[in-house]
Write a protein that binds this ligand. Structure first.
Ligand code: NAD
Length: 280
């Protein structure tokens, strides 16, 4: 590992991302020379397909690695030399590390969500979990939950191809019957232990909740991936109805923790990064 680090974040609309500040503050604490730059495709006037050119430029100019976000997590794959098992299974990469001239893709959204569940939903039953949203975040959440030992995942998405495609892909990796597509939320929630929400609903730009309040039973835990705001309408309602809740902030922090470790080879202080996140 080199003694100084240059990292980039590739994606669109990444101006408000808290990831650069999280990385740079932790690097300061560890006494590292560490610069984290936004490479915003919108600002650069580039299409998402230009991710390959950006990757080549970053490799050539000595970047340690890149974080990659919407809409380039899948597009970046064809430009990489190697994938971690999670990244290969998902077909999505959010972290690229340049090592010995090779570009290696990882997915720390999976490990980040898994760690947030281990911390925030300790001992919660994962027998039957309802996943709402089979997009980029949803696929990471699904792989994390099944890796953690979830029995069955009921996958809802307003897009039938997405829910069916994801359920089939999950059964291929984790075994028949571990995931099934579901159309009706009320039916899917019968006998469920928890809800993992992974649609944009609840963000400032997409207010509301994907789960009607009367479907929230107090014995069901609720995890939201949305983290701007941390207290989404879904979590506020769930809390008021007595449900155990997990906000999306921990996933955001732990994906940064895991990327930081991959970039530097050093173990960041996760508790310190969680505290820092709370101040941002
Ligand atoms: P996406 O567009 O890739 O996927 C969203 C999916 O939800 C789509 O398949 C869409 O059809 C489905 N959907 C939308 N409304 C629905 C509804 N009411 N019921 C069922 N399905 C519905 O989006 P994404 O990239 O997966 O992002 C989703 C959210 O996750 C965003 O708010 C994003 O900020 C957040 N996110 C958080 C983290 C984190 O670290 N906490 C990481 C990644 C993404």
């Amino acid at each position: 590992m080199s003694a100084s680090h240059l990292i980039g974040l590739v994606g669109t609309g990444i101006g408000p991302s808290l990831t650069p500040a999280l990385h740079e503050r932790e690097a300061d604490e560890l006494g590292l020379r560490y610069l984290y730059r936004r490479l915003d495709l919108d600002v650069l006037g580039l299409p998402a397909t230009a991710v390959g050119e950006l990757l080549a430029a970053a490799r050539l100019t000595g970047f340690t690695g890149l974080n990659v976000t919407h809409p380039a997590k899948q597009l970046v794959i064809e430009h990489l030399d190697e994938l971690s098992p999670d990244a290969a299974a998902l077909g999505a990469v959010n972290t690229v590390v340049f090592t010995d001239g090779r570009a290696i893709g990882h997915n720390t959204d999976v490990s980040g969500f898994a760690r947030s569940v281990r911390l925030g939903l300790k001992d919660a039953s994962l027998d039957t979990v309802v996943l709402i949203g089979a997009g980029g975040a949803g696929v990471a959440v699904a792989h994390a939950l099944l890796t953690l030992g979830a029995g069955t995942l009921r996958v809802l998405d307003t897009d039938p191809d997405r829910r069916e495609g994801m359920a089939a892909q999950l059964c291929e990796r984790f075994g028949a019957g571990r995931a099934e597509p579901a159309e009706d939320l009320a039916v899917a929630l019968k006998g469920a232990d928890g809800i993992a929400h992974a649609t944009p609903t609840g963000m400032r730009e997409h207010p509301g909740s994907a789960v009607p309040a009367d479907l929230l039973r107090p014995e069901v835990w609720v995890a939201d991936v949305v983290y701007r705001p941390l207290d989404t309408e879904l979590l506020t309602t769930a809390r008021a109805r007595g449900c155990r809740v997990l906000d999306g902030g921990k996933m955001a922090v732990f994906q940064a923790v895991d990327s930081f470790r991959l970039f530097t080879g050093l173990e960041p202080d996760a508790d310190r990064m969680l505290r820092h996140f709370d101040t941002l």
